[in-house]
Design a protein around this ligand. Structure first.
Ligand code: FPP
Length: 235
């Protein structure tokens, strides 16, 4: 069985899962957060080297103030707790997206976690926060424009790799497998550049219930795929 080197996950379905249980959406996010801790250990145990999760999109600010506040509280607590989780899993944590929209104390907690966990490299764990692919590409293009103006980037030298090097995911390999939980089958503005050759796996299982057995099912399905990157299938 080939284990994908980099798995990206769209964590979806916390709200619907909670509603079905007669609980508020925020309860679903708490349980979804607990599950994320478990799935990090599972990923490491299975031999996945890079795990990237979509936790808060640039569009998620449109949710009710109550829900956004509860998510911010969850992120604050998680950043602290994650110092311990990073040590246990020997994992390096990196936030992708634009954290400048968050309160300063949350930005500081994010920095602290990134700096502390930089000593580890057994699992590379990326959390997308205030992330949107179009926003990431827009920021990259803006920076490239500035570098051209400064004379440090020559437009004639721009290759695909140059563009990759301006994205939040620079230094990361592209994902091999994308998983989206809870039945929706769309990208929702997640890693659009990076997912060009990635295999997609959709499951109806809501995120709080996505466990080791479900992760293994996704990897088994991935193994049935024929990844040929535009080449010819080997018989
Ligand atoms: C999307 O759909 C999910 C989110 C906006 C939040 C994901 C957040 C977590 C899993 C919590 C913790 C993450 C970190 C990094 C601490 P939805 O869950 O709102 O579900 P719905 O589509 O059923 O409404």
């Amino acid at each position: 069985m080939t284990v994908p080197n980099h798995v990206a996950i769209i964590l979806d379905g916390n709200g619907r899962w909670a509603k079905r249980k007669g609980m508020p959406r925020s309860y679903g996010h708490v349980k979804g957060c607990e599950n994320l801790e478990k799935v990090c250990s599972v990923a490491k145990e299975l031999g996945v080297k890079y795990l990237t999760v979509y936790a808060f999109s640039t569009e998620n600010w449109k949710r009710s103030k109550e829900e956004v506040d509860s998510l911010m509280k969850l992120f604050r607590n998680y950043m602290k707790k994650c110092l311990k989780i990073a040590k246990e899993n020997r994992m390096r944590v990196k936030i992708i997206g634009d954290p400048s929209a968050f309160d300063l104390d949350l930005q500081e907690k994010i920095k602290e976690l990134e700096v502390y966990s930089a000593q580890f490299d057994e699992l590379h764990f990326q959390i997308a926060l205030n992330y949107g692919s179009r926003d990431e590409i827009t920021r990259a293009v803006r920076q490239m424009g500035e570098d051209i103006q400064k004379g440090v980037l020559d437009p004639k030298q721009i290759q695909e790799d140059t563009i990759s090097s301006y994205l939040d995911t620079r230094e990361l390999p592209d994902p091999d497998l994308l998983i989206r939980t809870s039945g929706e089958e769309r990208l929702s503005n997640f890693l659009m550049w990076q997912l060009a050759y990635t295999e997609f796996y959709f499951t109806d299982v809501p995120w709080p219930e996505f466990d080791k057995a479900e992760f293994e099912k996704a990897i088994a399905k991935y193994n049935q795929r024929d990844r040929r990157y535009g080449g010819v299938k080997e018989e």
